[in-house]
Design a protein around this ligand. Sequence first.
Ligand SMILES: [Zn+2]
Length: 476
Amino acid sequence: MKEWIKMMLGATVRRAPAVGAEFIAAKTKAMIARRDLGSTYQSVRAHIRSTEYATGEEIRAFQLKKCKDIVQYAWEHCSGYREHWKKYGFAPEQLQSYSDIRRIPEISKEQIRDNLAGFSTKESSRCKYITTSGSTGIPLGLYLDRAAESTEFAFLHDMWEERSFCPVSRSVIIRGAGVQGGFRGNPYAELTLFGDLLLSAYHITRETAHLYLDTIKIFKPGYIQAYPSALTQLTIACIETGISIEKHDLQAIILASEKLYDKDKEYLQRFWKAPLIHFYGMTEKVILAGPCKSNDLFHVYPQYGLAEVIKEDGSEAAEDEMGHLVGTSFFMRKTLFIRYRTGDLAVKGNNYCPDCRRHYLLLKEIVGRNAELIITDDYHKIPFSMAIGSIHNKLFQGMDQFQFMQATAGNLVCKYVSHEEMPTWQKQAIETDIREKVGKHLQLSFQRVPIIPKNVNGKYSFFKSELLGGGHDEPR
Ligand SMILES: [Zn+2]
């Protein structure tokens, strides 16, 4: 849809009385669905279904072919890739076997950002231009065509359908986007042109929680799509103010873009009583991974792109090892992403899920570029979410608040707010739990404090490190 039509219709929806606005939005949603869920969408869905139970060997053969195609295409159409590869002595002919894929030099976000035209095809400037959220530094702009958008929908719907998603159901969306308020008197809610309801992630407090919940009750969404932190904040604000939602039509809660902590998961499940779908994806459309019916491990779609977990020395991580997540998109053909360092870190799992019997790469953990990393005394980096984020709530019983602090390698301080000193058995239980995950190279101490201050953005973080960054070197 042309931008000006979208703006005009959007303004009409915002001004129209509620019933009229919902009518227009429903019509637009149906129209957009017909466009986005057309022949490309249908053929990608069919392709996923016909290949999801392929053997590991078949998948590798398919991925090698896709890599060869996209590398050849980039060589012919993108001067940026040609020059970058020539500098490292790589040419498409060298790509013969699956292991040759690692001979393709990696590319970083900064390199694409600084030479977008070189890493995009010539006619791409006529396509849609979007930017990444910029949560990991300066945003990256990129071009994509309609086929890429429809392909993305096909994969998302396939993943969500595992837990009964229906693409025409309307959603409540709680994310960072600006909200031009006013839906049924709620200044933090906006009905989008596509029939979904946008709620501001920035105004959730104990005072506004009832407004949010009332709006959700009136709107009756089939789904909530949210950042885990935003929905958790709303959920806790509701619990603390004693409000609840007894009856709803929610089929699932779809969470992305952030780590989902086990303790937040418990809150969300207890309060909303709806299944959770937590997945990993990105604007660059390089890697997409989500849960299956039976477990929450990230299953990477091999038909979407190639995902690799690469250690600092450039070799591939083994199971349970952490490395940089590097991806190659098979369908982004305007701005191309080939062995692209996503900036995220992942802990590799097996290449097979015994529950759903798919030979998909599994990732046990994914953490962002600005990952919260604990540094042991032998300088190993361990994601905080794995070491402590997964400790059971029960172990923190009796504490009003807690925060782990790291000032020197190998030492971690657990600060906590409580009306009494934590008993020794509890300290020992926490320590044992952490040691099981981290090993012996980390000393833990406890400190009772009167208050734990919030961050500048009003969030309260469970981990603070004074050690420098996460050790992100530029790609080779
Ligand atoms: Zn599975």
